[in-house]
Design a protein around this ligand. Structure first.
Ligand code: S3P
Length: 173
């Protein structure tokens, strides 16, 4: 089985994914790490040197390659992965694949992302938490169309990583 975690930046896809993979004894894969391995440079560098359009193309082809593997794994996607090209459709049509949206409220995302926004190409220009809050609200409005198509949605605004993993396991089995 492939378990694909989707959700906004800061929603906990990587930390929840690693823990979930451990609980289920499955390998863990992270979309940004896979892209960085294939491209040989960091995601912020891909954005600044090659541009976002190039990044989205690589992201889409990396997703397709991963989902074509016969293996089982837990995949933490990037926040934008399901929102470009036919990526969400690809996830939904992939064999033996379950998608899970880790849903987090806007104020919780803004407070989590404010301190680390400088490492994130899409957020680095935002100067205050209020501005970040506003950006996330607009961005999520566009992205909810894709996130909302996931097979399952888990409310992750509160609760520890272990509790969130527990909720996912309950949904899966
Ligand atoms: C992005 C999210 C990032 C990374 C890139 C773009 C997005 O991944 O792929 O900076 O468009 O939301 P994380 O969600 O893992 O931070």
């Amino acid at each position: 089985m492939k378990i694909v975690l989707i959700g906004y930046m800061g929603s906990g896809k990587s930390s929840v994914g690693k823990k979930l993979a451990g609980v289920l004894s499955l390998p863990f894969k992270d979309m940004d790490t896979e892209i960085e391995k294939n491209e040989g440079i960091s995601v912020p560098k891909i954005f600044s040197e090659k541009g976002e359009v190039y990044f989205r193309k690589v992201e889409n082809s990396t997703l397709k390659k991963l989902l074509q593997l016969p293996d089982s794994f837990v995949l933490a996607t990037g926040g934008g992965t399901p929102c470009y090209g036919n990526s969400m459709e690809t996830i939904l049509k992939s064999k033996d694949t379950v998608s899970i949206y880790l849903k987090v409220s806007i104020p919780v995302l803004a407070s989590r992302l404010f301190a680390e926004r400088t490492h994130r190409p899409l957020l680095a220009h935002l100067l205050s938490e209020a501005e970040l809050n506003d950006y996330i609200r607009k961005h999520l409005f566009e992205r909810n169309h894709y996130y909302g198509q996931a097979n399952n949605t888990i409310d992750c605004s509160t609760g520890t990583i272990d509790e969130i993993v527990g909720k996912i396991v309950l949904k899966l089995f």
